[in-house]
Design a protein around this ligand. Structure first.
Ligand code: ADP
Ligand code: ZN
Length: 654
């Protein structure tokens, strides 16, 4: 970078000097220029002492010492020489000026030379042969970060809750420790491992732990680092990375988000992306290029193994797959223990209980939970983290941070209370619905209120009845609002509920085969990033005719109408409970499963734990309106319907 700048500067200085020199050359004599006829006259008058004839220009000095010059017209003047000699003027000749042509050429070609120099500079950088390190100009250098073996503190003990993945990778440690031993025995060691799993499940952590256990250097790079604007840069980065790795072998190369480069070639829009394709090709070449015995293992991570180019998965490349899934309840307990070890804990802390209340949490979520709890403890000047703070942290992660500063006026509060109570009552009464865990009208994140459901166990699939129950409870909020204000008084707060309900209903029909009329067919794909035909990324690939499309729409509407009716009926039947619950929410702002059960049993709800009566210093609700972006309301549901496709999803929430 610096060299480059210096070079350019040097050239600019040279150019400036050259230009001024030439300018002077042309202008100095300009002041004394006389016309040719004047010159001839002066010669005849005998006032000229000496002339130098140089092509068309004639310069010289007069007898009084003044210098002058003139330009000879193209028409030849044979008499001039005679005149000059007659008047005893000293005449000197000059060889035709050759230098000037060369210098002019140099000046003319200077910009081209400059461009060439810059171009060559970049070319050299792209080959990875440039001297300097890093810097924004070093396009071709890989951005891989090297972690030397003595700086890796991660071991297998830090990775919990994914025992199978750990087992699968243990032999790599032995290999990396002593590649030659395996070589002698002719053992075949995989060159590439593909770790598949949702984000935050510890793929990076596991790869690092392998390096830590084997005490070898660890290179990390993200797939998206390879993708650059300029064609060829990614490929040279791949080359550079493998070159560096060879110098440090045995070692591990970890490529995060490999799907950024490794997507199926020839898919996507516009007939593929040259840059990405070249990068991918280079990666394949490099992976074929080194022998297993060099002691380099490439570990790649992705949460979309389905979109990868099949060439990547061929033998000799990423031929071994390790699945790192979301932890189950036992796994969560172990992960919590790993992270709780790092903070001072009270005796009452029960990792098992928290593990039970956090289905769908990834390792990263759990690490975050412990961290938040430690922050809560610090904020309240405690020395130890106890169960209360862990619960608070869990709520914060599940439902978003409370927005204490946002003041709702009473009317909005009441509206939100009825809305959430509506969700809650339907959720409570519908079959196969996750139990309600907490309801709150304290604004959190972007939501005005939250009704949170938590499944009792880890859930991997939902039945048709369960899905319909979810659609019903999603509409519960809006219906409750309608019951107290009439249709004209309904707020926009239900937009997110409506969106989610519609999407569940549509997926039931087009993906999960839950419509009797349409049968078990896939009519829509998630999106086409899996290398399917048509459309830009993110759009849906459809597999149906316009006629079927109409039937699909009718079926979706049918599900929604049925659910809406059911929910309306249930809420009308439970009108008194709805009122009691809304009142309780107005009073306590947050109630949990215990109070909900009391209300549903027709009792008066008790005060929630830790609730103190604030009526002493009557908190008058201000006139302020909530921030406009807060106009959405959300129901956070830890058992999101994505669970149907196999894996329980992460808890929703902002
Ligand atoms: P991924 O690469 O799968 O997206 P990471 O490995 O980056 O996830 O995980 C992020 C953080 O979450 C880790 O640094 C660690 O603190 C925590 N974490 C994730 N999974 C686990 C696990 N299985 N055991 C312990 N901690 C974990
Ligand atoms: Zn709602």
């Amino acid at each position: 970078m610096n060299d480059m700048l210096k070079n350019i500067l040097l050239w600019l200085v040279i150019a400036a000097v050259l230009l001024t020199v030439f300018n002077n050359f042309n202008t100095t004599s300009e002041t004394n220029r006389i016309s040719y006829s004047e010159f001839v006259k002066e010669v005849q008058d005998g006032r000229i002492a000496k002339v130098i004839v140089d092509g068309y220009t004639i310069s010289g000095t007069r007898s009084n010492g003044d210098s002058f010059d003139t330009v000879r017209p193209a028409a030849s003047d044979p008499k001039l020489m005679d005149d000059l000699l007659n008047k005893n003027v000293v005449v000197e000749g000059r060889m035709p000026e050759q230098q000037s042509i060369w210098t002019q050429l140099l000046v003319a070609s200077f910009p081209i030379l400059l461009i060439l120099a810059i171009f060559m500079f970049f070319m050299r950088q792209m080959q990875g042969g440039g001297g300097g390190k890093g810097g924004p100009m070093s396009f071709g250098k890989s951005k891989a970060r090297l972690l030397p073996e003595d700086q890796i503190k991660t071991t297998f003990a830090d990775v919990a809750g994914c025992d199978e993945a750990k087992e699968d990778t243990e032999e790599l440690v032995d290999f990396l420790r002593e590649p030659s031993k395996f070589q002698r025995l002719g053992g075949k060691i995989p060159r590439g491992i593909l770790m598949c799993g949702p984000p935050g499940t510890g793929k990076t952590l596991l790869a690092k732990a392998i390096a830590g256990e084997a005490k070898v250097p660890f290179f990390t790079i993200s797939g998206s680092d390879f993708v650059e604007m300029f064609v060829g840069v990614g490929a040279s980065r791949v080359r550079d990375m493998f070159e560096q790795a060879k110098k440090h072998a045995p070692c591990i190369i970890f490529i995060d988000e490999i799907d950024a480069v490794g997507r199926n070639r020839g898919s996507g829009m516009g007939g593929g992306n040259d840059e990405r394709e070249q990068t991918l090709n280079q990666l394949l070449v490099e992976m074929d290029g080194f022998e297993g015995n060099e002691g380099i293992i490439v570990i790649a991570a992705t949460n979309r193994p389905d979109v990868l180019d099949p060439a990547l998965l061929r033998p000799g490349r990423f031929d071994r797959q390790v699945t790192v899934g979301l932890p189950d309840i036992r796994g969560r307990e172990q992960i919590l223990k790993v992270h709780l070890r790092k903070v001072p804990c009270d005796d009452d802390v029960e990792p098992k209980n928290i593990a039970r209340g956090t289905p769908g949490f990834s390792g990263a979520d759990l690490a975050n939970l412990v961290n938040e709890a430690a922050l809560f403890a610090a904020r309240s000047n405690r020395r130890l983290v106890n169960m209360e703070q862990l619960e608070l942290a869990k709520d914060k992660i599940l439902m978003g941070a409370e927005r204490k500063t946002m003041v709702m006026n009473n009317e909005e509060k009441l509206n939100t209370a009825y809305h959430e109570a509506g969700h809650t009552i339907i959720g409570y009464l519908m079959p196969e619905h996750d139990p309600v865990y907490k309801v709150s009208i304290i604004p959190r994140g972007r939501a005005l209120g939250v009704t949170m459901y938590l499944p009792e166990d880890d859930k991997y699939s939902v039945s048709k009845r369960g899905l319909e129950s979810q659609v019903c409870s999603l509409y519960g909020g809006r219906i409750a609002e309608e019951m107290i204000h009439g249709f004209d008084g309904v707020s926009t707060g239900a937009s997110n509920d409506i969106e989610r309900a519609t999407s569940i209903a549509r997926n039931m029909v087009t993906k999960w085969g839950l419509s009797e009329k349409l049968g078990p067919f896939a009519y829509e794909e998630d999106d086409n990033s899996g290398g399917y035909i048509s459309g830009p990324t993110g759009s849906k690939a459809n597999y149906f005719s316009p006629e079927t499309g109409k039937v699909i729409d009718a079926e979706v509407q049918d599900i929604i109408n049925r659910c809406y009716e059911t929910a309306t009926r249930i809420l009308h039947e439970n009108r008194s409970k709805l009122d009691v619950m809304a009142e309780a929410l107005m009073q306590y702002e947050t109630i949990d499963a215990k109070q909900i059960k009391e209300i549903m049993d027709g009792k008066k709800p008790s005060a929630p734990e830790g609730w103190s009566d604030p009526s002493a210093d009557s908190p008058d609700s201000g006139e302020e309106k909530p921030a406009p972006e807060a106009a959405t309301e959300e129901t956070v549901d830890a058992s999101d319907v994505d669970g149907v496709s196999g894996e329980a999803s992460r808890p929703a929430g902002e």
